[in-house]
Design a protein around this ligand. Structure first.
Ligand code: FES
Ligand code: FES
Length: 180
């Protein structure tokens, strides 16, 4: 029997009727038409489905929609627009951080989490943060470069408040990466 679940999706409250066994990723894609969140496996390994649950990156195929009831969800659609990209989206474009792009939304959401906790991550910290996100195309180096570039841009924007486009600060949270 379905039950109502209320989520704050990308800043807007939405209530949907879901089966208790429904996974968050399916509700996002099938009920809310947020298809930027991808499904790349059925073993919780690929990270293509990564979203923010409140402030933390999670693999939305590992979360029941009913578990997210009352929480805020941020998807790739919620961080920027075509006219005003998030610095990570700009950096992935400029630094060729993608090829087919299938993994990209998940990687970017993981990086959003990372950069909200660590403004100037080391290469090792970046690689650790995205170790739960599989990319079959890029070899990862350009992804790391893109995240480093976005981090620099976000630090620069923060130093100039009038040009800061996107919020990046949040309270310290759990480490991202394999645990998501
Ligand atoms: S779809 Fe692969 S980890 Fe969620
Ligand atoms: S860009 Fe193709 S899977 Fe990552």
């Amino acid at each position: 029997m379905k039950r109502p679940v209320t989520l704050t999706i990308n800043g807007a409250s939405r209530t949907v009727e879901v089966e208790p066994r429904a996974l968050l990723v399916h509700v996002l894609r099938d009920d809310l038409n947020l298809t930027g969140t991808h499904i790349g496996c059925d073993t919780s390994q690929c990270g293509a489905c990564t979203v923010l649950l409140d402030d933390d990156a999670v693999k939305s195929c590992t979360v029941l929609a009913v578990q997210a009831d009352g929480h805020a969800i941020t998807t790739i659609e919620g961080i920027g627009t075509a006219e005003r990209l998030h610095p990570l989206q700009t950096a992935f474009w400029e630094k060729h951080g993608l090829q087919c792009g299938f993994c990209t939304p998940g990687v970017i959401m993981c990086a959003v989490d990372l950069l909200s906790r660590i403004a100037d991550p080391s290469e090792a910290e970046i690689r650790h943060a995205i170790e739960g996100n599989l990319c079959r195309c890029t070899g990862y180096q350009n992804i790391v470069t893109a995240i480093q570039s976005a981090a620099a841009a976000m630090r620069a924007a923060k130093a100039e408040p009038r040009t800061a486009a996107f919020p990046s600060a949040k309270p310290a949270g759990q480490p991202a990466g394999a645990g998501v």
